[in-house]
Design a protein around this ligand. Sequence first.
Ligand code: SAH
Length: 254
Amino acid sequence: MTGRLTIVGLGPGSAELLTPAASAALAAATDLVGYGPYLDRIPAGPASQRRHASDNRVELQRAQEALALAAAGQRVAVVSGGDPGIFAMAAAVLEAVESGEPAWRALPIDVVPGISAMQAASAEVGALLGHDFCAISLSDNLKPRAIIERRLKAALDADFVIAFYNPVSKARPDGLTAALDLARTIRSPQTPVVFARAVSRPDESIRIVTLAEAQSGMADMQTVVIIGSSATRLIAKADGSAWVLTPRSYEVPA
Ligand code: SAH
């Protein structure tokens, strides 16, 4: 049997947001490798399919394990939530290839994209990512805090809509507070901020607040927090709730 490795995006959670290509890649795998809660989302495959669950923090080790299995002839699917190319396993696998066994470079390695949390969140509220945007991970596990601050300041100055991934953790309770405080020095207090938690899952909750009201306690590690640009605004619905719109054309703020 010829081994191969496919890095599969599971989307934000709901089975309906898993692409047919991702489903096919999962069904074709002899071995599934990933963080335990992601593996738990995948319906049972063939009886012979094996699951290798790991902790969330050991991405490089997990990637090496998956590559070793593929090199031994298995058809391996490595899974990530959302899109595997966004703060996830596609980069971990290629990092492992870069520093690993020369034989791994001969393996067929494919990436199957998925719907990322920011896309699902934007869709839930309307058109929050309707114009230029960027994504910043607030996790300082893999990068210095100074870089987070520099990028955040630049993104705020450039008036991007900004999606924060990994917004809070026990190790970093104050990262989001610092980010919101910095945003408040640059953007209007009325700027819409969306806290989208567990999007597309049964426990989904979406909160739309102003930048003045936004607080770190509104987010956990299952939340993507998106700050609007100066052009982002609410469109009132007849029932009193609102869509969030970032229009396609940039209107210079008055
Ligand atoms: N590859 C993933 C992101 C992994 S980083 C993607 O493309 O979505 C993990 C972070 O993603 C979480 O801390 C949270 O900020 C965000 N996230 C993942 N799934 C989410 C969901 N269903 N709802 C809201 N945020 C989510």
